[in-house]
Design a binder for this molecule. Sequence first.
Ligand SMILES: [Zn+2]
Length: 53
Amino acid sequence: MLKYRCPNNRQEVTTSIKTDEVVLLEMRSLKLSLWCPHCGSSHQVKASEAYVE
Ligand SMILES: [Zn+2]
């Protein structure tokens, strides 16, 4: 699953997006709109700031 860190409180967020490293590299320049359970809203997250565990 794709993860990112919330820009507001640095909490780790696990998204429901399944991806792998290759796909992540291909979409590095994209911005994803990802829901954040910590803030109760969504964040614009660059794919380059997201990661796969
Ligand atoms: Zn957040």
